[in-house]
Write a protein that binds this ligand. Structure first.
Ligand code: SF4
Ligand code: SF4
Length: 224
């Protein structure tokens, strides 16, 4: 069913941002990528998204601005109640939580997922950090704030729009076009039309409203 959620640019943020800006690298999970073709597509999209963000942030830093996002800063993961997530991203989150998250984090994440609808924050936020950092959706990657950190409950997209990064639209679309490949839309012309008509919006869900209970139960049953 089609869900009405905010477009990627107005999405929630957060995560382990390094204080020093590090040029992004494409993540690699060679064995898993061999078994799961979709994973390579997703990692390509995340790389393109990270590159777009890196270039946008670098430009503003060169102009003398300071990136406010940093490790341990995560109020955005509670404040934002709408976090757009595309099907491929949701598959990536299922895969990553089930196969890569271990030990205490897995136990705590399982609890969060089972009670996801009673939480006042994203269920993947654990101890002030994103537990699915390598698999966080593009929306989380794209949301970056300059000059001062968000106050509790503040969404700078509305309170100080000029402090929020606006990712380069063309670069952003390059990342999104990977998701179109996953949905079988390939070829320059078809991708162009699909991006123009925002076909992907038909598939997007709100991460905070997805029923995560079964995943939580699965993590509990398969402790690793
Ligand atoms: S500054 Fe705001 S958007 Fe950036 S990590 Fe902190 S709370 Fe999130
Ligand atoms: S997935 Fe959740 S915890 Fe992770 S960065 Fe996005 S909002 Fe924050």
């Amino acid at each position: 069913m089609k869900q009405e959620v905010k477009p990627v640019h107005s999405m929630s943020s957060r995560r382990e941002k390094n204080l020093d800006l590090i040029r992004p690298k494409r993540l690699r999970f060679p064995e898993d990528e061999r078994e799961n073709e979709w994973l390579g597509i997703l990692l390509d999209a995340y790389y393109l998204g990270d590159k777009c963000v890196f270039e946008g942030i670098s430009k503003r830093i060169k102009r003398g601005e300071q990136l406010a996002c940093k490790k341990g800063c995560s109020s955005c993961c509670s404040t934002h109640s709408t976090i757009p997530a595309y099907p491929l991203e949701i598959i990536g989150i299922y895969w990553y939580t089930d196969t890569k998250i271990k030990g205490e984090t897995r136990v705590r994440l399982a609890q969060n997922l089972i009670s996801y609808n009673q939480l006042n924050q994203c269920p993947f936020l654990i101890g002030g950090a994103c537990s699915i950092h390598p698999m966080r959706p593009l929306a989380c990657r794209f949301f970056n704030v300059f000059n001062s950190p968000c106050a509790p409950g503040e969404d700078p997209f509305y309170s100080r729009r000029k402090d929020v990064l606006t990712p380069n639209e063309q670069e952003k679309q390059k990342a999104l076009s990977k998701y179109l490949h996953f949905h079988g839309i390939r070829g320059k012309k078809a991708v162009k039309v699909a991006l123009k008509t925002d076909i992907l919006n038909n598939y997007v869900k709100n991460l905070r409203e997805i029923d995560w209970k079964n995943l939580g139960i699965r993590l509990n049953l398969r402790l690793i």
